[in-house]
Design a protein around this ligand. Structure first.
Ligand code: A3P
Length: 272
């Protein structure tokens, strides 16, 4: 395919591959798939199908920006491209790399109660292992060590939003980052998506008819030009039961970091 003047690759029917103008940077298990699917309801936005892992995986990053571009969907020139790679948020080398590609890029970050996120993270790994016919320790033995919260458990670190957010704010102003409330997106997606449209300066298009509550799934599903679909079964799974005393310890563990995060972003969230 012939390269166009702006470094993009053009295609005979007038479509081209563009670098994303929007990236969903995380957080893992925050609701990133729901967010990108809901954003794709908008006619201006086209999403990359897979998680690209360009800025966080060295083997991909080494292939350079032309490889990154080749991973993007074909769009009309006036459309916007979005990709999501939830691991970007917690990878400290990523903010600088994205900044060097495009300092004006718009970043979406979807967060969820840090404790809920840990349980969701555990559940994800549990099922990944099950698929490979491997066992995983019960949740409580992962969470607790010698009667205290097990600080060696990696999923806890991913929920320390304050730490990761600081890295991003070294490169991007708060105006470039919109935080989506993942707990609210679950309960009532439309208001959260209207805010996303506004942040991206998109013509308001997403509306109530785009969502319907599916009682069997227990989550909202999407309606797009009359076609109805829910997210994959791996989205919206039941979490393991955790003893209330351990949950309390987790809430306590996140209490200070959460407060610091609220101060950092100038906004509070309804987290435990
Ligand atoms: P759980 O499966 O733990 O409930 P991600 O796509 O970043 O991996 O996030 C997965 C989470 O998205 C799910 O976590 C689920 O809670 C949340 N989610 C938000 N809206 C959803 C929807 N409409 N359908 C299914 N899951 C949704």
């Amino acid at each position: 395919l012939p390269p166009a003047d702006n470094g993009t690759t053009s295609h005979p029917n007038g479509t081209l591959q563009q670098f994303p103008q929007i990236i969903i940077i995380g957080v893992r298990k925050g609701g990133t798939r729901a967010l990108i699917e809901m954003l794709s309801l908008h006619s201006t936005v086209v999403a990359a199908q897979n998680e690209v892992h360009f800025f966080d995986w060295e083997s991909h990053f080494q292939k350079g920006l032309s490889w990154y571009l080749s991973q993007m969907p074909y769009t009309f020139p006036e459309q916007l491209t979005v990709e999501k790679t939830p691991a970007y948020f917690t990878s400290s080398k990523v903010p600088k790399r994205i900044f060097q590609m495009n300092p004006n890029i718009k970043l979406l970050l979807i967060l969820r109660d840090p404790t809920e996120r840990v349980l969701s993270d555990y559940t994800q790994v549990f099922y990944n292992r099950l698929q490979k016919h491997k066992r995983y320790q019960p949740i409580e033995s992962v969470l607790v060590k010698d009667g205290e919260i097990n600080l060696g458990y990696k999923a806890l670190n991913r929920s320390l939003y304050y730490t990761h957010m600081q890295n991003w704010l070294q490169y991007f102003p708060m105006e470039s980052i919109h935080v989506v409330d993942g707990d609210r997106l679950i309960k009532d997606p439309l208001p959260e998506m209207k805010k996303v449209e506004r942040f991206l300066k998109l013509e308001p298009q997403i509306n109530a008819s785009n969502f319907y509550f599916n009682k069997t799934k227990g989550f909202y599903c999407l309606r797009d030009h009359g076609r109805e679909r829910c997210l994959h079964d791996s989205k919206g799974r039941a979490h393991p039961h955790v003893a209330p005393a351990i949950l309390q310890k987790l809430y306590q563990f996140f209490h200070q970091p959460n407060k610091k995060f609220f101060e950092l972003v100038g906004r509070t969230f309804n987290w435990n």
